[in-house]
Write a protein that binds this ligand. Structure first.
Ligand SMILES: [Zn+2]
Length: 384
């Protein structure tokens, strides 16, 4: 049985549930940002709404001098899929008998957004004349194309010469217990689509054809075997992975005329995307392929190896939970890749990621209150 409606909820859980009731599937914000803006304006934040295309974003700042710490996150969620697969309706949040807050966005990342807001509310109330500037960078397009969201806001901030020293991204970074892991960087992601040209023909007359499957396999083998780098103390070795190969007409007696391969690099800070492109093309050239290669740079790697923010985050978690988190760069890309280009120190710190993007997304309700305490402790370490 879900918790009764009238049971007392903490301010963080109340706000998280208000946000979760809004079905803000990318890029629709459905009033989530208005809710956040209202709370921040009440605290004296100056809010700049920055819509781009059909994406809602805002940048909010409080304070007049010194370093800038931004909380960053997204109000959009991934689609819920069929409601029948959910134990509780995805956009009717509830706390179940196990104390889990259930519903789309509980972990990714409306719970974090609520925890950020309530942390700042308590901090500003206790320290109305705090050092530094506190900021929020919020988008409704993290789960989608991510073009008119954080990336566009970052470009706006760059042009406006806005300073950004520290950024806490509320992505669900924890793996088995709250704040066991802080992400202090992410690998880069470089995608490629390789089109190899051959000459179509009859399998009985191979001298009149040119088989792109035969020509490509040895080149792909070389790419798979290549030692791209050895990684470093923060990143595993760069990996090359083929996700799709397509060729052939379906007929058993036809040598195909073309072949397409889709692949992806997840790469460390030991190589650049330019080096990866050049080395890939050199291998393809060495195998004499007739090809075209289309590249997509999904994200460059970033790393905050050490500094005030990492120290404050580690110490803040220890202050609240009595244990020290691990630093990690594992996982996919995040909006941190765009924010880091402003020269900011960036960490990602949020709830458990076990159920994100799944049906029955959920998070320990009490964890969100603790997360709010951690964010407040980090603010205290940087700005008091
Ligand atoms: Zn997210």
């Amino acid at each position: 049985m879900p918790m009764p409606e009238n049971a007392a909820l903490s301010p963080t859980l109340t706000l998280a549930m208000e946000l979760m009731r809004r079905p803000s599937v990318t890029p629709d914000d459905v009033g989530c940002q208005a809710l956040m803006v209202e709370r921040l304006e009440r605290l004296g934040f100056h809010v700049e709404r920055l819509p781009f295309g059909d994406v809602e974003n805002f940048w909010a700042v409080r304070g007049h001098h010194g370093p800038v710490l931004a909380f960053a996150g997204h109000t959009d969620v991934v689609p819920s899929g069929p409601d029948v697969l959910w134990e509780h309706p995805p956009f009717e949040p509830c706390i179940d008998d196990d104390g889990m807050l259930c519903g789309r966005g509980a972990a990714d990342m409306k719970g974090s957004l609520a925890a950020m807001i309530t942390a700042v509310e308590r901090f500003v109330t206790a320290n109305p004349n705090h050092d530094g500037k506190i900021a929020f960078l919020i988008t409704s397009d993290e789960e989608g194309p991510a073009i008119d969201g954080t990336r566009a806001v970052v470009e706006h901030l760059r042009e406006a010469h806005e300073r950004l020293d520290y950024c806490i991204v509320g992505e669900p970074s924890s793996t088995s217990e709250l704040a066991d892991t802080i992400k202090n960087g992410r690998r880069g992601s470089l995608g490629g689509v390789l089109h190899v040209k051959g000459v179509q023909g009859h399998v009985a007359y191979p001298h009149l054809a040119r088989n792109p499957i035969h020509e490509t396999t040895s080149a792909l083998d070389a790419l798979v075997r290549e030692h791209w780098d050895g990684g470093n103390s923060f990143f595993p070795a760069t990996s090359f992975q083929i996700s799709n190969i397509r060729s052939g007409t379906g007929a058993t007696n036809v040598i195909p005329g073309e072949l397409e391969v889709i692949f992806n690099f997840r790469y460390s800070t030991e190589v650049t995307h330019t080096q990866l492109r050049e080395r890939t093309e050199a291998i393809l050239d060495a195998h004499g392929l007739d090809y075209r290669l289309d590249w997509t740079l999904n994200g460059e790697p970033f790393l905050t190896a050490k500094g005030e923010l990492v120290e404050a985050a580690l110490a803040g978690v220890e202050e609240v939970l009595g244990r020290r988190p691990e630093l990690s760069t594992a996982g996919g890309t995040s909006d941190g890749r765009f924010i880091a280009t402003l020269g900011a120190q960036v960490v990602e710190l949020g709830p458990l990621n076990a159920t994100i993007h799944k049906v029955n997304e959920r998070v320990y309700a009490a964890d969100l209150d603790t997360l709010s305490d951690i964010y407040e402790a980090i603010l205290g370490r940087l700005f008091v």
